[in-house]
Design a protein around this ligand. Structure first.
Ligand SMILES: [Zn+2]
Length: 211
């Protein structure tokens, strides 16, 4: 079946239409695994090297960005490996489970760290969400992207508009930015990052000196 996929499914025009249809089904071409990358390929939810029988099953083909597909590799869910979220079947994509906080690095610089909110009532879901973050390297990738958000805000504070900003005005600005960046999307890293910046006394008062 794997050979069928490689030779027949990826090369023939008829099946290319099916593959393109699945890729184009992602809203706004956004990768459903990370919510940020642009869809460029199809991921085999269950790896084709291990589950040949599911290779061409549409439910096993998930639109993905290159980075998520690369990080996931041939991850195989099992007894000790919780399954990552499946965009077709999991409702957790629409509940807010992503949290972020600003902390001080060893170089005394701000850094944004991402975690999964604690689900005391559903430890299985919490384990799957943590696996999702780990398998797609989302803690590292979100933190790298959020570093740009920190840089952008500090740059804004140096502009004519930003120079006179008070602590309260900065909190309002970051709250608006969080809403604008996340829109109605749950678990937006940008929304979580700006909310974390807004909530951090150390970042706003201690590091940036706002009052
Ligand atoms: Zn992605």
């Amino acid at each position: 079946m794997t050979e069928l996929y490689d030779v027949q499914f990826t090369k023939r025009v008829g099946t290319r239409d099916i593959r393109d249809g699945i890729k184009n089904a992602a809203p706004n071409e956004l990768c459903p695994y990370c919510g940020e990358g642009r869809v460029t390929e199809l991921d085999h939810y269950l790896p084709k090297s291990l589950f040949a029988g599911t290779t061409v099953h549409p439910a096993n083909l998930v639109p993905s960005c290159h980075d998520c597909n690369f990080e996931k590799k041939a991850y195989q869910p099992g007894l000790t490996n919780p399954a990552v979220l499946h965009p077709y079947f999991d409702t957790a994509f629409t509940t807010n489970w992503l949290a972020a906080s600003v902390s001080e690095s060893s170089l005394h610089l701000p850094t944004v760290k991402f975690t999964v909110k604690h689900f005391g009532s559903d430890p299985d879901l919490e384990a799957r969400l943590n696996a999702h973050m780990d398998v797609f390297a989302l803690r590292r990738r979100f933190s790298v992207w959020a570093a740009q958000s920190l840089t952008n805000f500090e740059g804004y504070l140096r502009t004519a508009h930003g120079r006179s900003m008070t602590l309260n005005a900065a909190r309002d600005h970051l709250e608006r930015t969080a809403l604008q960046q996340s829109g109605e999307r749950a678990n937006s890293w940008e929304g979580a990052a700006h909310e974390a910046m807004r909530a951090s006394d150390w970042y706003l008062s201690g590091h940036l000196g706002l009052s």
